[in-house]
Design a protein around this ligand. Structure first.
Ligand code: ATP
Length: 457
């Protein structure tokens, strides 16, 4: 049996694979690490680039009503006054007077008194808890050499506000009018009190956000449209539909600015259960109203008939790290080949860090030279890797673990008749084709709509 479905994936396996193969690992390790902070290694960078690339492709390349922005991380501090973050971007926190730890009041079940780990979390008799206090999640910093009130600034807790600040500029130079969107990808920072679950919740993370500006009476329709469109994006890139859901927020969950929000949620393994990948909110005209008031600028749009209005905004806001994690988990599989367990990432080829590996069967007889020539040609077209060290089976296994969809093997026959074999990561079939047809064949395979073999199992 070659391909089997597995429900054996656990977070431990993902964390260990991510470290072993250099996708993601704890940051500052030579100093003993820094809590819940991670660095992305070579394959992690390639994977995240592909996630972001697919997001940009869906919004910029495949449609013409969205334009791009890359705004500053540190904006004018009044931005956060207007957006409501300064006053309201808080978590209610409870301190334990014994172990000095802080817990989120709404997540006390996670709390374990550090001094008395054997006691009941949070409420144990040895925990001496304070009343909840509001704690702002924004990271404070200062601009310039003088530390006074006038120099306080904040690292952005979301990329969205940079978009609202530039709305007027975009009306002038982008030649777009509502309905249209401004999209941005970049780092955001939140002083999360309970970061957890690997890269699911960290203090520094990347967001992919778009503000889609629409005439007020079209907001509800566009909200529905973007919920479905964003859900479909994850499915198209290989997430199993039974691991994905769109969950509308209950009225008491909604942010003050939102009239409707739905989250795209992924079914993470184990106790993590359903967790948010992306939120799609109908923000009304809250943000533009706030920034117009605080900046005393007129941010209204004047339509061709002369009518003025503040557009309403639909915001799909996703996390690059959470998406990358979900793609890794959903791709993880184990099967058996010749009595041995193989770990394989069945990543969508568009997301796979490396598209093709070129491997000489042996390190002699001109095979390495020919393989290097082939890989050099393929590099023009796609991320390709050359590997000549170790037994061929081991090298296949290594590529399987990083999710490389195809491996090209150069053997003794290749030198005689200029053909190579192409091994498929999922079906394990090996097809012999002329070297001259390789670029075309791989391009064709990359362009073919992909369906996870896990869905057939
Ligand atoms: P949560 O409820 O999980 O804290 P949120 O609703 O506050 O998330 P948003 O403000 O809607 O999150 O941010 C949009 C997206 O940014 C989230 O869907 C998530 O993918 C990502 N994100 C938010 N906070 C973090 C974090 N601390 N670490 C990693 N990704 C995050």
């Amino acid at each position: 049996m070659l391909v089997t479905i597995t429900d054996k994936v656990t977070m431990d396996k993902i964390v260990s694979l991510a470290k072993r193969r250099g996708f993601v690992f704890p940051a500052s390790e030579i100093y003993g690490g820094i809590a819940n902070t991670y660095d992305y290694g070579h394959y992690g960078v390639l994977l995240k680039n592909n996630v972001k690339g697919q997001w940009w492709k869906a919004l910029l390349q495949e449609r013409d009503d969205v334009v791009a922005l890359d705004s500053a991380i540190i904006q004018h501090p009044r931005t956060w006054e207007a957006s409501g973050h300064l006053a309201g971007f808080t978590d209610p926190l409870i301190d334990c007077r014994v172990c000095k730890r802080r817990f989120r009041a709404d997540k006390l079940e996670d709390a374990v008194c550090g001094q008395k780990p054997s006691k009941q979390p949070g409420q144990g008799p040895d925990c001496d808890l304070t009343d909840p206090r509001e704690f702002n999640l924004m990271f404070k910093t200062q601009i310039g050499p003088v530390a006074d009130d006038g120099s306080v600034a904040y690292l952005r807790p979301e990329t969205a506000q940079g978009i609202f600040l530039n709305f007027k500029q975009y009306l002038q130079f982008s030649r777009k009018r509502p309905p249209f969107g401004i999209a941005q990808v970049g780092k955001s920072f939140r002083n999360e009190i309970t970061p957890a679950n690997f890269i699911f919740r960290t203090r520094e993370f990347e967001q992919m956000e778009m503000e889609f500006f629409v005439p007020p009476d079209e907001a509800e329709e566009w909200h529905k449209y973007w919920c479905q469109t964003r859900y479909d994006w994850y499915v198209k890139l290989g997430i199993r539909p039974d691991h994905l859901r769109l969950r509308p927020h209950d009225p008491d969950e909604l942010s003050h600015y939102s009239s409707a929000t739905s989250d795209v949620e992924y079914l993470y393994p184990g106790s993590m259960d359903w967790g948010e990948l992306e939120g799609i909110a109908n923000r009304g005209n809250f943000d533009l109203t706030q920034h117009a008031e605080h900046s005393r600028q007129n941010l209204e749009y004047v339509d061709p008939s002369g009518a003025r209005y503040l557009p309403h905004v639909i915001e799909p806001a996703g996390g690059v790290d959470r998406a990358a994690l979900a793609f890794l988990i959903d791709a993880y599989d184990e099967d058996e080949i010749e009595g041995e367990t193989r770990t394989v990432l069945r990543l969508h080829p568009a997301l796979a860090p490396v598209k093709v590996a070129v491997l000489p069967l042996v390190r002699k007889d001109g095979q390495p030279e020919l393989a290097r020539e082939i890989v050099a040609g393929l590099r023009e077209q796609m991320q390709a890797e050359y590997d000549e060290s170790g037994a061929i089976g081991k090298r296949y296994r290594r590529q399987d673990e990083i999710g490389t969809p195809w491996a090209v093997t150069v053997d003794h026959r290749s030198l005689e008749d200029q053909t190579v074999t192409v091994r498929d990561r999922d079906s394990l079939t090996q097809e012999r084709i002329p070297i001259s047809q390789l670029p075309g064949e791989l391009a064709k395979r990359l362009a073919t709509p992909w369906r996870s073999p896990k869905l057939n199992a």
